[in-house]
Design a protein around this ligand. Structure first.
Ligand code: NI
Length: 191
């Protein structure tokens, strides 16, 4: 289930991968999730195809956000769509995002993660965030977000830095969850 043949950096395999619409999502305890993602160096058609595939993968899951490292590509790229059910889609791709400002005001959300199925963690984060990033045309943009979008952007930027929602738990709880996923991976049981 956790492909042992996967190269460390699959960016050179993007051209091949992008022929598939939906990409496999990496889950705990795959060590790639702890890797710090490297900056995207070129915004080109290969990257835009990867972005499209990441959106398809995220919508199919379904999820509100997905970082490239979660599909095995440790590059600083994330996609989010915080639209409510029934609302029109608001796809947003952030390349090399940088947090410029976080509000003092905090907000608590119960967060889940596509790489840690069936685990939810209550996390307090800044309620608003301002980010600078490149859009899919390679143009620098700034965005101020609040609500679910602000939470999702912070969650996905954490992924780019190898940080996961279980890191907000006590060490005891975190170890218990990691152990459970290790056992599942070994036994090949999809619980
Ligand atoms: Ni996640």
């Amino acid at each position: 289930m956790y492909a042992a043949t996967r190269p460390i950096d699959r960016l050179d395999a993007v051209a091949y991968l992008s022929r598939m619409a939906k990409l496999p999502i990496v889950t705990l305890p795959d060590p790639i999730l702890r890797q710090v993602s490297a900056p995207v160096e070129r915004v080109d058609d290969d990257l835009r195809r990867l972005i499209e595939d990441m959106f398809e993968t995220m919508y199919a899951a379904p999820g509100v956000g997905l970082a490239a490292v979660q599909v095995g590509i440790p590059r600083r790229l994330l996609v989010v769509d915080a639209a409510e059910e029934g609302e029109e889609r608001r796809p947003l791709a952030l390349i090399n995002p940088e947090i410029l400002w976080l509000s003092d005001e905090k907000r608590v959300y119960e967060e889940g993660c596509l790489s840690i199925p069936d685990v939810r963690v209550e996390i307090e984060r800044p309620a608003r965030v301002r980010v600078r990033f490149l859009d899919k045309e390679g143009v620098q943009q700034e965005l101020e977000a609040s609500g679910l979008l602000a939470t999702a952007i912070q969650h996905e930027i954490d992924h780019l830095n190898g940080r996961l929602i279980i890191d907000f738990l006590s060490r005891l709880k975190r170890d218990m969850i990691v152990r459970k996923f290790k056992k599942q991976a070994k036994g090949g049981v999809a619980a």
